[in-house]
Design a protein around this ligand. Structure first.
Ligand SMILES: Cc1ncc(C[n+]2csc(CCOP(=O)(O)OP(=O)(O)O)c2C)c(N)n1
Ligand SMILES: [Mg+2]
Length: 651
């Protein structure tokens, strides 16, 4: 057999991707479930031809899916990778210019969330025979810069295949980074249009099945001992659980560790589900959108054990969550830059391996009974808060009046009158939670829902909660939901999307219809940005520019009537079944019908934008103007300065 095989660069790329596998715990997975794409002149003849040839000759090697928006295709791939614990992803092929740069936001999202995705933007001619091309960036001072160079800071590996000979080395480097737990993120390989179509003689070995082992770096004994000594000294320890625990598949190890030691767990957005909501050591969400239980424990904790967390500002309440003057940190993470955070004792290793090695070293250690009792009490209080938040607004009002912590009856009645007829967002979340199956997945990314879901969603399965909050990107929701469902066709996927996010990118509903992929989209209409509106109000900016209203000819401002936009009709235009729910009963019926459906469904529900979820007793650092002509801003600045004074840097 000839040692060489003659193929174009694009054909070689597609053939290579089809035989890559990841391996973890002895199990192999196809690294690329397929390739998303949108064709333009930059990729239609090269990579497009190669994908066509592959579809006809080997349909399962790298199935092609046509998306509607390049950014959205990256979201879908990333959501899929997250559900598959980073062992599988998709490639995404685009044209040159705008098709390529449309992926930049997706690339940043992947890299920030540390999720693998292979981006294949086309690039302008290596040979420059016809420059400047349609959509080519021309710079007077450099000849080798294209718009694709913008991918460099948001990619964990970036390469441009100027010559066919470069391809094998570039592909090997790309696969290594995609399957490296510490380095993974967006990997970008740019393919100049002319090079894609160029033929070359490739070594046959390049197209043999290749298995990429996903490493579990082991902890060093000395660091384990140092960590064990600190934990043993702790009276009020707390674990901060991040997404790394999921990717390491360490959730069982975490449960054993907590049960043996009694150490409670607060969860970041990515770490939610690492313990199920009713596990005795689960304090739920921590930080700016946390539960009062997790935040009370965090305030006094003397040892904080961060596992697989980046300690984002939301997780640490902008570094105000931990107020014990003697607090110390132990950080377990595969990523070096996370291990050193908060001047912690760092174990740069796999979470599961580390928990398994650490547990015997803590033999005989347990938190004392009074600490366990206060954990149980705090959890019971929060559970009651959630129960009340799930109630219909009117019922909640009466319920709250009778509760010991009730505000004045007048206030409660005013609140319920204001929201008369409209469901509250907490109620909507509660109904979705109660009417979904434990293994179903809730998906969200931006707006007021991520915070409410973080606090209120009762996660009953480790993978049942999927909120993208590394980049909190409006428009992720529908596209991400598609990726989740592709990864888990046996779970229903509830995409919770605000009207703002829906308007930004609902396009992949078309892809869902095209592919017959079922997602249940709960479209929460509140006529603008409830999230940024309430943030704006709290910062003295009076909800400026956060409502979807007509420009008022009398005031010249955006304070006219509500826009008549009908998003339910818009959703129906995709060829989907749409339910309009305005009462709790209608909403419940719609969820039941959606569960029974075999195709994608949209549930349109209008909610009260002014009714917010329960308080986290926490803070988020968003600086307020130091000087202002507005009273609202001056008051907010005073409050800001009070909070700012409690920030602790731990250097
Ligand atoms: C792409 C993008 N642009 C802007 C923002 C800032 N932002 C965060 S939430 C939000 C409003 C979201 O509105 P909607 O989806 O209606 O949710 P709601 O706030 O009403 O719950 C904005 C503009 C963002 N997160 N992502
Ligand atoms: Mg909204």
């Amino acid at each position: 057999m000839a040692q060489k095989v003659r193929l174009t660069v694009a054909q070689a790329l597609v053939k290579f991707l089809g035989v890559q596998y990841s391996e973890s715990d002895g199990e192999q997975h196809k690294l690329f479930a397929g390739c998303f794409g949108i064709f333009g002149h930059g990729n239609v003849a090269g990579i497009g031809q190669a994908l066509l040839q592959a579809e006809l000759e080997q349909p399962d090697a790298l199935p092609y899916i046509l998306g509607r928006n390049e950014q959205a295709m990256v979201h879908t791939a990333v959501a899929y990778a997250r559900m598959q614990n980073r062992l599988q992803t998709y490639a995404v092929s685009t044209s040159v210019g705008p098709g390529a740069t449309n992926m930049l936001t997706g690339a940043a999202l992947a890299t920030i969330n540390r999720l693998p995705v292979l981006l294949l933007p086309a690039d302008t001619f290596a040979g420059r025979s016809a420059s400047p091309l349609l959509q080519e960036l021309e710079l007077p001072d450099s000849g080798d810069v294209t718009v694709n160079d913008a991918f460099r800071p948001v990619s964990r590996y970036f390469d441009r295949i100027w010559r066919p000979e470069q391809l094998p080395a570039a592909l090997i480097s790309a696969m290594r980074v995609l399957t490296d737990p510490a380095e993974t993120g967006a990997v970008t390989l740019c393919f100049p249009q002319d090079v894609q179509a160029e033929a070359h003689d490739w070594p046959r070995s390049m197209f043999e099945k290749r298995v990429w082992h996903v490493a579990r770096p082991l902890p060093e004994t000395a660091m384990l001992e140092a960590a064990a000594a600190v934990i043993r000294s702790a009276k009020k320890p707390l674990i901060v659980a991040g997404g790394g625990l999921h990717y390491s598949r360490a959730t069982d190890a975490l449960a054993w560790f907590c049960e043996a030691t009694g150490i409670p767990v607060g969860q970041s957005q990515a770490g939610k589900g690492t313990l199920v909501y009713d596990h005795p050591q689960c304090l739920g969400a921590i930080g700016s959108t946390g539960t009062t239980a997790a935040n009370a424990i965090a305030r006094d904790a003397d040892v904080v054990i961060g596992i697989g967390t980046r300690y984002s500002d939301f997780t640490t309440a902008s570094r105000t969550a931990f107020q014990n003057p003697d607090v110390r940190f132990v950080n377990i993470n595969v990523v070096g830059m996370d291990v050193i955070k908060h001047a912690g004792i760092g174990i740069q290793a796999d979470a599961r391996e580390t928990l398994q090695a650490l547990l015997p070293m803590l033999d005989g250690y347990s938190v004392d009974q009074s600490y366990s009792r206060s954990i149980a009490e705090l959890n019971a209080t929060w559970d009651e808060t959630v129960r009340r938040a799930y109630l219909p607004a009117t019922q909640r009002a009466t319920d709250e009046v009778s509760a010991a912590s009730a505000r004045s009856a007048d206030e409660v009645l005013a609140a319920s009158a204001r929201s008369a007829g409209l469901l509250t967002q907490s109620e909507v979340i509660g109904m979705v939670n109660e009417l979904s199956d434990p293994r179903d997945v809730v998906v969200c990314a931006a707006g007021s829902m991520p915070g409410d879901l973080h606090k209120l969603w009762r996660t009953r399965d480790p993978k049942g909660y999927h909120v993208e909050y590394g980049y909190s990107c409006m428009g992720y929701e529908v596209a991400g939901g598609l990726g989740v469902r592709l990864a888990c066709p046996d779970r229903d996927v509830f995409v919770m999307v605000g009207d703002g996010s829906y308007l930004m990118m609902a396009t992949e509903l078309a892809t869902a219809v095209q592919e017959g992929i079922k997602i249940i989209t709960v479209l929460v209409q509140n006529h603008g940005y409830a999230s940024i509106g309430s943030l704006s109000e709290s910062l003295g900016s009076q909800r400026f520019g956060t409502r979807y209203r007509y420009r008022n000819p009398e005031t010249g401002r955006l304070d006219g009537e509500k826009l008549p936009i009908d998003l339910a009709a818009n959703a129906a235009s995709f060829g989907l079944e749409v339910f309009r729910a305005s009462t709790a009963a209608e909403f419940a019926d719609a969820i039941k019908a959606a569960k029974a459906a075999t195709e994608s469904v949209v549930i349109h529900v209008e909610t009260d934008p002014l009714s917010s979820g329960p308080d986290s007793e926490s803070w988020w650092d968003v600086p307020v103007s130091e000087t202002s002509t507005l009273d609202s801003t001056r008051h907010a600045r005073t409050t800001y300065e009070q909070h700012k004074a409690t920030q602790r840097l731990f250097v």
